[in-house]
Design a protein around this ligand. Structure first.
Ligand code: ZN
Length: 684
């Protein structure tokens, strides 16, 4: 077996941070999952699943970013693996008899129905120098084919990648404080030993770079000033090329040694505008072609970010497959433009890794399943969303509307008030009418340009305070996702921006950070409506009032949840989605000590609905088992949605055998937190 010392650059000094990989955080639930998997593996379970028809007809694509040249895996264990760990993973593929296949061949044979059993494809994102220096020799020694998704800008521009460098410099300066005043002009000192403050400093720097539209050159200078401020040895990073990309010669060399080099955009970004997006692909492809002599046809979404709107443009670019960072295995039925991938990270135990190789882990709950954004680092995704929104407002169509609106409201303060009025009262105020009419005349009504300008302007303000808004990371990612949707909703969802629709009202709340997305559910801060009291089922009333007085401790503030407007054509309500939403909400509640409870009401929480649709019984079970109070408000309004999705319920309703009522849930804070403490990965 390969030893770490064989691979470390001889010129590199000893790693001084006293952190070992075994000390990386690991929640209890994760340890339980690991022991379950170990036990499963010990009884031969891995081999059984591996040989199953299910696994034989599927391809597992593994994704890697970097293999450390020095101590990068201690800084960002999700992006970098130590050389020893990486080598061990690759050896395991060989030892356990997996068939490592090129991505192109794997996808082709999957489609043709002759995929070799237990197939695995290896992919590497970005093309950092460490791929050539450390990973490639290991792959060659074991004779493993690989695909490299190469982003070209920083290859020509041989400087460390800016945001990665900043983050690393801040981490290495954990014993220091940073005053940003001289660097960005913003007030604020950060204790870099504190992870939250370090993250806030990083976010402030990236926001500054986006706000000031810093060029790549400007960023290099900024990096130098930052290093100087923190007395950090930048030459060490540059000489050892810690965060530099492979040069054209190195890419040509890797290609000649059998690595297939594929697309990852020129500047590692996904513009949500067609021409700009196509240009990113073309520039990337042209440069790679010069290096390798072949035209690339496979693509990987930078930072795992993807959107349905991109698919037609990918096809237009003659791209045959696009990989995401959503874990899963690929079957012949998987859409070619959303190919799942397991991103291998340092914290994945060997049993978990093997669980994924054989396919068993695809059946275990995973926290990253529907959150591609979460795979990105927080400061990075907030800054990215900010620049996406800013670019959209600068685009010709929306720019004209903004210019027109400034004639009526130069500071933009009134626009924020109009949006707030729509959110709280359901309509724009009368004094906004003249401006609205003028803006719509510029926009052409079909576009809802005026409505989107208002949302995006408010969103920019909210992004500025997002990292301080006491929302958990997954929720911050969902907020960013939602704002990027405002930029490019696609034809199918345009109608939702009609300002008289309920959806637009909800979007207004989101852009003001008053309505928060949680996946299948949205939530807002509210109170328990006093109008409920006379409607509560009589026999429940004493119990409910007692709970409000003692367990909850008052009527407000509480979290009130609603069904979300999801950008999906199917109105499915799945237990796993709803539970994942409650997990995110509970994490936010934990960060906000003033919130007294989670409260909600809907036809699907009612016993009457469960009587005719027993498959919805799960909707209240979780609350009943975890300290929630379930009751009923009586007859449900006609338009509440209880007829959607079930012909059976429609029939029973028409014949009078289903009298829908509105179920109500009160879940006191303490009970929520107790439930949260028992959830997998709650600690992360
Ligand atoms: Zn990337």
């Amino acid at each position: 077996m390969l030893k770490l010392t064989d691979l470390t650059h001889s010129a590199l000094p000893e790693i001084t941070q006293p952190v070992s990989e075994s000390e990386l955080p690991s929640s209890v639930a994760k340890r339980v999952k690991r022991s379950v998997l170990s036990a499963f593996g010990a009884v031969g379970g891995f081999n059984l699943v591996k040989a199953s028809r299910w696994r034989t007809s599927r391809l597992l694509v593994l994704g890697y970013h970097g293999v450390s040249l020095y101590d990068e895996h201690l800084w960002e264990p999700a992006l970098f693996l130590s050389p020893g760990r990486f080598a061990r993973r690759m050896e395991l593929l060989r030892e356990r008899g997996y068939f490592v296949i090129g991505l192109d061949e794997g996808l082709a044979r999957l489609a043709a129905g002759n995929l070799p059993p237990a197939s695995v494809a290896l992919t590497f994102d970005d093309g950092l120098y460490c791929f050539h220096k450390v990973a490639l020799p290991i792959l060659e020694r074991l004779n493993l084919p690989a695909t490299l998704y190469f982003t070209t800008f920083y290859s020509e521009f041989q400087e460390p990648v800016f945001d990665v460098l900043c983050s690393y410099v801040l981490w290495k300066s954990r014993s220091r404080r940073l005053d940003l005043k001289s660097l960005t002009g913003d007030d604020g000192t950060f204790d870099l030993g504190n992870a939250c403050q370090r993250q806030a400093a990083e976010a402030a720097i990236l926001r500054y770079a986006s706000r000031e539209n810093l060029s790549a050159r400007d960023k290099v200078h900024f990096g130098e000033r930052l290093a100087f401020e923190l007395a950090f040895d930048l030459d060490f990073v540059k000489e050892n090329r810690l965060f530099s990309l492979m040069t054209a010669d190195e890419v040509a060399d890797a290609s000649s040694r059998g690595v297939s080099v594929e697309l990852h955009t020129h500047r590692h970004r996904v513009p949500l505008e067609r021409t700009a997006f196509l240009r990113e692909i073309d520039e990337n492809r042209l440069r790679i072609q010069k290096m390798t002599g072949r035209s690339s046809v496979h693509f990987c979404y930078p930072s795992g970010y993807y959107s349905q709107a991109l698919v037609p443009w990918l096809r237009e670019s003659r791209i045959q497959s696009a990989t995401t960072c959503d874990p899963g295995l690929v079957s012949a039925a998987t859409p070619a433009m959303v190919v799942p991938r397991l991103i291998d990270v340092s914290s994945l135990a060997e049993s978990e890794f093997e669980g994924w190789l054989c396919g068993a882990s695809a059946f275990l709950p995973s926290r990253h399943r529907e959150l591609p954004l979460e795979s990105r680092r927080p400061a990075e995704f907030v800054a990215r969303t900010e620049s996406v929104c800013r670019d959209a407002l600068r685009s010709p169509g929306l720019m004209e509307i903004t210019t027109k609106l400034r004639e009526y409201d130069p500071s933009g303060k009134a626009r924020l008030e109009w949006l707030r009025a729509l959110w709280t009262r359901g309509a724009f105020p009368a004094e906004a009418q003249a401006a609205i009419t003028a803006a719509r005349a510029v926009a052409g009504k079909a576009d809802f340009g005026f409505e989107r300008v208002l949302l995006l302007e408010a969103a920019l303000g909210s992004l500025d305070r997002l990292t301080d808004a006491r929302l958990d990371l997954a929720t911050q990612a969902l907020v960013c996702n939602q704002y990027e949707f405002f930029v490019n909703p696609g034809e199918d969802w345009r109608h939702r921006f009609d300002s008289s629709s309920y959806s637009y009202r909800a979007y207004a709340g989101m852009s003001l950070l008053d309505r928060i997305p949680a996946g299948r559910l949205d939530w807002e801060i509210s109170g328990i409506p006093r109008s409920w009291i006379p409607k509560i089922r009589r026999r429940d009333l004493p119990r409910v009032l007692r709970a409000i007085a003692t367990k909850i401790g008052g009527f407000k503030p509480v979290v009130f949840t609603h069904l979300a407007f999801r950008q999906t054509p199917f109105a499915t309500l799945r237990e796993s989605d709803v539970n994942a939403s409650y997990l995110r909400i509970a994490r936010c509640l934990a960060l906000r000590p003033e919130l007294k409870a989670i409260v909600t009401a809907s036809w699907f929480y009612s016993a009457e609905t469960h009587r005719v649709s027993p498959h919805l019984r799960w909707t209240t079970r979780m609350f009943e088992e975890n300290g929630g109070i379930v009751s009923d408000l009586g007859r449900c309004p006609e338009d509440a949605g209880f007829l959607v999705g079930s012909i059976e319920r429609q029939k029973l309703y028409e014949s009078g055998d289903y009298k829908p009522t509105e179920g109500v849930i009160l879940w006191p804070r303490r009970a929520v937190l107790e439930w949260l403490s028992k959830q997998p990965d709650a600690a992360s």
